[in-house]
Design a protein around this ligand. Structure first.
Ligand code: SF4
Ligand code: SF4
Length: 81
């Protein structure tokens, strides 16, 4: 499933660059993950890179976007041609 950013986000910007799908952008006031682009890093990395770098521990699974690993991989392949 796609991940989401909670209100604990401090808008530090650390998660934007590591995302292989350009899924994270600055919102107001917290950063946001585009569920149409987040693949939990499936297709690119073993672990979600945003969770790895987030100092606030505020990135969690988004229960409203449940997807299988196969669906996430298909999304990654669609995004990257
Ligand atoms: S899990 Fe990966 S693809 Fe999803 S927002 Fe985080 S870095 Fe981007
Ligand atoms: S790394 Fe964490 S605290 Fe920093 S902008 Fe991203 S979600 Fe917010």
């Amino acid at each position: 499933m796609a991940l989401m950013i909670t209100d604990d986000c401090t808008a530090c910007d650390a998660c934007v660059e590591p995302c292989p799908n350009n899924a994270i952008s600055a919102g107001s006031p917290i950063y946001v993950i585009d569920p149409a682009k987040c693949t939990e890093c499936v297709g690119a990395h073993d672990e979600p890179q945003c969770i790895t770098v987030c100092p606030a521990d505020c990135i969690v699974p988004d229960p409203s976007h449940k997807e299988s690993k196969e669906e996430l991989l298909a999304k990654y392949q669609m995004l990257h041609g």
